[in-house]
Design a protein around this ligand. Structure first.
Ligand code: SAM
Length: 214
């Protein structure tokens, strides 16, 4: 579910990596320190990792250096084709944040970068509720994605995008489901997860949630 943006990724797949490495002026700031952002997620990961929205496999490659096993879930056919070209030692699965094949192992870490905003806030809550049942005790959710500290921060970023003439970026900001850290915090706490946030660039925050012992 939350698959309304998949077609866009099928088209974007073959030049996606040029965007993340800073070749698209409009998205430069959002992808600033991209490699360090993926590293920040990977270095906190351990055990069996379940990744959502794996794209071309940039985070997956880093996870494989730290985790015993990696399941990478990706709904876009175009992205899965790019991923497969890399020949990574991960299990690539067709699925999305809410519907994916049964994982045959216990899950220690659930990760995602630049993807959770494709779910509405109600879908985000469904996903976190599901993950809190899937994770082992003290298991972690580590997501890095664009979110806003509050509504004022959202307004400022939208105004700046408009003033810079970044209309494609502004369209994304207004039409995808970017949320605030308060919403994410409430969702995590409701589902038994302790959570903290760290800002990694002007757009991207790292959300680090841990399943508390019962
Ligand atoms: C901006 S890319 C990020 C790719 C990669 N994680 C990275 O950091 O470079 C977003 C990815 O999320 C995937 N995606 C879109 N909707 C999704 C959904 N509902 N569930 C899981 N993944 C989704 C897209 O197909 C795409 O591969």
């Amino acid at each position: 579910m939350g698959r309304e943006f998949i077609e866009l990724f099928d088209h974007w797949a073959d030049h996606y990596d040029l965007t993340v490495w800073g070749h698209d002026e409009e998205y430069k700031e959002a992808f600033q320190s991209y490699d360090a952002i993926l590293e920040a997620v990977a270095e906190r990961s351990n055990g069996t990792a379940l990744e959502f929205g794996a794209g071309t496999g940039n985070l997956t490659e880093k996870l494989l250096r730290r985790c015993s096993r990696v399941y990478a879930v990706e709904p876009s056919t175009g992205m899965r084709k790019q991923f497969e070209k890399r020949g990574l030692e991960a299990e690539l699965l067709e699925g999305d944040f809410l519907q994916f094949p049964l994982i045959p192992d216990q899950v220690d870490t659930i990760v995602s970068t630049y993807a959770f905003h494709h779910l509405t806030d109600a879908e985000k809550e469904q996903a976190i509720a599901l993950y809190s049942t899937l994770l082992v005790e003290n298991g972690q959710i580590i997501f890095a994605d664009t979110s806003f500290q509050d509504e004022e921060a959202r307004k400022q970023i939208e105004t700046d995008a408009e003033q810079a003439g970044h209309m494609k970026l502004l369209h994304d900001l207004q039409n995808e489901y970017f949320t605030t850290n308060n919403v994410l915090e409430r969702i995590c706490k409701t589902h038994g997860l302790a959570v903290s946030f760290e800002q990694l660039n002007r757009y991207v925050w790292l959300m680090h949630a841990r399943k508390e012992s019962t």
